[in-house]
Structure formats: structure tokens, C-alpha cells
Design a protein around this ligand. Sequence first.
Ligand SMILES: Cc1cc2nc3c(=O)[nH]c(=O)nc-3n(C[C@H](O)[C@H](O)[C@H](O)COP(=O)(O)O)c2cc1C
Length: 80
Amino acid sequence: MSYAIVYSSQTGNTAQLATHIKHILPAKELVYFGSVSPEALHTDILFVGSWTDKGTCSPEIAQFLHQLKNKQVYLLAKAG
Ligand SMILES: Cc1cc2nc3c(=O)[nH]c(=O)nc-3n(C[C@H](O)[C@H](O)[C@H](O)COP(=O)(O)O)c2cc1C
């Protein structure tokens, strides 16, 4: 099944995790990889990653998560 990987990273930790996940999942099923974008909505499976800011995910990831309906979502979080 197709999937997208969307992430927000300030200093590279979440980007590194997202890249690792990209490398272990089938490349031909990947429809989008990168920062928040409407392109990531074209699949039912999403890996969504964020750094932790004030105890929660980044504002752009929070806004993105609010848009999701009937999606299978796997959350990735990096914290200090
Ligand atoms: C402004 C700022 C706020 C942060 N707030 C938290 C926090 O509330 N809780 C936490 O566990 N880590 C916090 N951290 C640590 C980061 O979430 C952590 O270093 C994370 O690995 C960074 O991921 P990134 O490299 O993808 O940006 C904060 C870091 C910064 C720069």
C-alpha cells in the first residue's frame, strides 16, 4: 500500500528518523517525503514526525494532523 512520510525538524533528529524509515520501507510505494504539503494527503497511510516543542508537536504538524480524516497514521516523535 502507498504511504507518505511527513515531518518537521529543527535540528535534524526527526529528519534522520524519517529518512531511516524511508530506507526500510518499499521505495515504490512512497508517494511523498518531506515537510507538510497537500501532496502528502494523496495516500491512506502516513508516517508523521515532529520534534517536541513545549511538550507537544510543532505547530505545522499539529495543523496538518487536524486535516487528516480516515487515515492510518503512525506518529514519530523526537524529544529532548
Ligand atoms: C525551542 C525548543 C523547545 C523544545 N521543547 C521541548 C519540550 O517541551 N520537551 C522535550 O522533550 N524536548 C523539547 N525540545 C527538544 C527537541 O524536541 C529535541 O531536541 C528534538 O530531538 C529536536 O528534534 P529535531 O532535531 O528534529 O528538531 C525543545 C527544543 C527546542 C529548540
